[in-house]
Design a protein around this ligand. Structure first.
Ligand SMILES: Nc1ncnc2c1ncn2[C@@H]1O[C@H](COP(=O)(O)OP(=O)(O)O)[C@@H](O)[C@H]1O
Ligand SMILES: [Mg+2]
Length: 281
C-alpha cells in the first residue's frame, strides 16, 4: 500500500461547490456498435447510456477488448454507432455528415491519445498554435495564450523544441495544452498514461485534474489503469460492451477511491480482475 500511497500523493480531493446542477456536455443514449465482417460479428458496444456534466472528469474502465476505444471513437465522430444517439452540447453528432466531422472535431473536441499526439515536423509551440489557428482567434492573442497555458503545464522551456526532442511526459502535457487551448466542449483521452512511467503518468493525471478545476474542462478518459482512474470524479465500468456499474468520488481522497475502484472491479470481474493494471511499472 505504501507504493500506492507514494504514487498517489497525499493531497485531498476537493469537491466542486455548486448551487445548480451543471448541464450535460455529453449525452449518450442507447448506443450500440456492431462490427460485421464476412464470417464474424462483434457487438463492441451494447446499448450504452450515460451523461457527463460540464466540468467533470469521468473515467471509463474495462479490460482490454471490452469496447472502450470503440465507444470513444463513436463520441469522437471517428466512427458511427449502429444504433442510438450521442449529443455533444445538445447537438446530435450521429447526424453530422462524414465530410463535416473533421470540422466538428476541430471546433468542439480536444484529444489526448496514448501516442501520435503531436505533429513531428512542427515545434511544440506550433503544435499548440495549430489548434488555435483553426479557430477564429486573433493573431495577437495566440502567443500570450500559449505562454500562460505553458507555464501552468510546465512546458514553457520546451516550446521551441520538436516533439522528438522532449520526454514522453512532456509530449503528453503538450498534447493536453493543445487539447485545452481551443476551449473544447469535451476532451477525450484514450489511455493517455499508457506509454508513461509512473512519475510522468502522475504528472499528466495531475494536469488533467487541474484542467478540470481551473479551466472548467470536461474530460472523458478511457483507462485500464486503476491508479489513473483514481484521479477521476466518476468511473463507469465497462464489460463486454456494456456499462455494468458506476462509482462516484465523493469527499474521499485518492487512496480511498482507489480501494473502492478495486473492490468494484473485483465485484464485476470476479477472479479475472488481474487483467487490470493495478500499479504502474
Ligand atoms: N474495426 C473493427 N472491426 C471489427 N472488430 C473490431 C473493430 N474494432 C474493434 N473491434 C472489436 O471490438 C471489440 C472492442 O474493441 P476495442 O473497442 O478496441 O476495446 P478496448 O479499447 O476496450 O480494448 C473487440 O472485440 C475488438 O476486436
Ligand atoms: Mg482501446
Amino acid at each position: 500500500m505504501d507504493v500506492i500511497t507514494n504514487w498517489l500523493g497525499h493531497d485531498k480531493w476537493e469537491s466542486k461547490e455548486s448551487d445548480t446542477t451543471p448541464e450535460n456536455v455529453l449525452e449518450v443514449e442507447n448506443v450500440s456498435k456492431l462490427y460485421e465482417t464476412e464470417n464474424n460479428s462483434v457487438l463492441a458496444v451494447n446499448d450504452v447510456s450515460f451523461q457527463i456534466p460540464h466540468g467533470s472528469f469521468v473515467g471509463i474502465m474495462g479490460a482490454s477488448g471490452c469496447g472502450k476505444t470503440t465507444l470513444l471513437n463513436l463520441i469522437a465522430t471517428i466512427d458511427k454507432p449502429t444504433n442510438g444517439t450521442i449529443r455533444i452540447s445538445g447537438q446530435n453528432i450521429v447526424d453530422i455528415p462524414d465530410e463535416a466531422t473533421a470540422e466538428f472535431r476541430r471546433r468542439h473536441l480536444g484529444f489526448v491519445f496514448q501516442e501520435y499526439n503531436l505533429l513531428e515536423i512542427l515545434t511544440i509551440y506550433e503544435n499548440i498554435a495549430l489548434a488555435l489557428t483553426m479557430k477564429e482567434v486573433s493573431k495577437e492573442s495566440i502567443r500570450p495564450t500559449i505562454q500562460n497555458l505553458s507555464e501552468k503545464l510546465d512546458i514553457s522551456a520546451i516550446l521551441d523544441k520538436f516533439p522528438y526532442e522532449v520526454s514522453g511526459g512532456q509530449r503528453q502535457r503538450c498534447a493536453c495544452a493543445r487539447a485545452i487551448v481551443g476551449n473544447p466542449d469535451i476532451i477525450l483521452a484514450d489511455e493517455p498514461t499508457g506509454a508513461l512511467d509512473s512519475h510522468a503518468a502522475r504528472q499528466l493525471l495531475d494536469t488533467l485534474a487541474m484542467l478540470c478545476r481551473e479551466y472548467s474542462a470536461t474530460i472523458l478518459m478511457v483507462t485500464h489503469d486503476v491508479m489513473a482512474a483514481s484521479y477521476c470524479d466518476r468511473i463507469l465500468f465497462m464489460k463486454d460492451g456494456e456499462i455494468k456499474a458506476a462509482l462516484n468520488r465523493k469527499q474521499e481522497n485518492k487512496q480511498t477511491f482507489f480501494a473502492d475502484i478495486l473492490k468494484k472491479i473485483e465485484l464485476i470481474e470476479g477472479e479475472s480482475h488481474d487483467v487490470f493494471e493495478v500499479v504502474n511499472p
